[in-house]
Design a protein around this ligand. Structure first.
Ligand code: SF4
Ligand code: SF4
Length: 218
C-alpha cells in the first residue's frame, strides 16, 4: 500500500545499498490491513491457492524483501506473538511467487478502489504557495471513505487546523502549480474543493476560528 509513500521502496532499497539496516514500523497500518479490509479484498485472499490470514500476508510481503531487516508490530496476545514469530521463521526473502505478488496487487487495488483520491502522499506537489496541506487533506478525505466520517474529520482537524496557521483545503487560490508536479495526474484543485465541502464542517470552522482567536500556537 505504501510503496510510494514517503521514502517508500526507493528509500528502502537505497538504505540497504548503503549497508543500513531498515526497521519497518506500522506493518499493518495500525491494524487497518487486518480489521478494515473491504469485502472485495477479503474475496481476493479467499480465492488464492494458498491460505493465510491478512496479517500473515502483510508480514510475508515484508519478509519477502531482502532489504527489510526487522519488522516492528504491536501485539496484544501470546497468540499474536506466536503467529508472527512463526510467519517470520517460515518466510525467506524472495519466497513469494509471481502468483502471490499478483494476488497482493489485487488486494491493494481493491483497497485503493475505496479511496476518493489516488494520492500516494509523495509530496511532489508541495510546498503550496497558499500553505494548503495537499497530501494531508487527501489522506483525511480518503479516511472518511475507507474508515468513517468521524475519523476522516479527526485526521483533517489534527492535520490542518491544530496549528498556528490553518492549512485547510479551502485556502487554495487556484494557481495550478501543484497539478504540474503530481505524478498521479490528480485534478488537485477540484479534489480539494470536494474535500473542503465535506470536511470543513461548521465544527471544523469553529475550531479554526477558536485557535486563531486564542492564539494557541503563539
Ligand atoms: S492550486 Fe491550490 S493547492 Fe495547488 S499549489 Fe496552487 S494554491 Fe496550492
Ligand atoms: S497530490 Fe499528487 S503530488 Fe501531491 S502528494 Fe498526492 S500524489 Fe503526490
Amino acid at each position: 500500500m505504501d510503496e510510494n509513500t514517503q521514502a517508500g521502496r526507493r528509500g528502502l532499497e537505497y538504505s540497504a545499498s548503503k549497508g543500513l539496516p531498515v526497521f519497518i514500523m506500522e506493518p499493518l497500518r495500525g491494524g487497518k490491513l487486518v480489521n478494515k479490509l473491504p469485502q472485495e479484498a477479503l474475496d481476493v485472499f479467499a480465492n488464492h491457492t494458498k491460505q493465510h490470514t491478512p496479517a500473515q500476508w502483510a508480514f510475508k510481503w515484508l519478509f519477502n524483501q531482502k532489504a527489510v531487516t526487522c519488522v516492528l508490530s504491536g501485539m496484544n496476545s501470546m497468540e499474536m506473538v506466536l503467529d508472527n514469530v512463526n510467519t517470520a521463521a517460515t518466510t525467506e526473502a524472495g519466497s513469494l511467487t509471481a502468483e502471490d505478488n499478483n494476488m497482493l496487487k489485487q488486494v491493494s487495488a481493491a483497497i485503493n478502489s475505496k479511496m476518493k483520491v489516488g494520492c500516494t502522499a509523495c509530496g511532489y506537489c508541495m510546498p503550496c504557495p497558499a500553505a494548503v496541506d495537499i497530501p494531508g487533506t487527501f489522506a483525511a478525505y480518503n479516511r472518511r471513505y475507507t474508515e468513517s466520517k468521524f475519523w476522516g474529520f479527526v485526521e483533517y482537524t489534527i492535520c490542518t487546523a491544530l496549528r498556528k496557521d490553518a492549512t485547510s483545503a479551502s485556502k487554495c487560490i487556484d494557481c495550478g502549480k501543484c497539478e504540474r508536479h503530481c505524478p498521479q495526474s490528480i485534478e488537485i484543485r477540484n479534489e480539494l474543493k470536494n474535500a473542503a465541502k465535506e470536511l470543513e464542517t461548521p465544527v471544523y470552522k469553529f475550531v479554526v476560528k477558536g485557535i486563531e482567536k486564542l492564539k494557541l500556537f503563539g
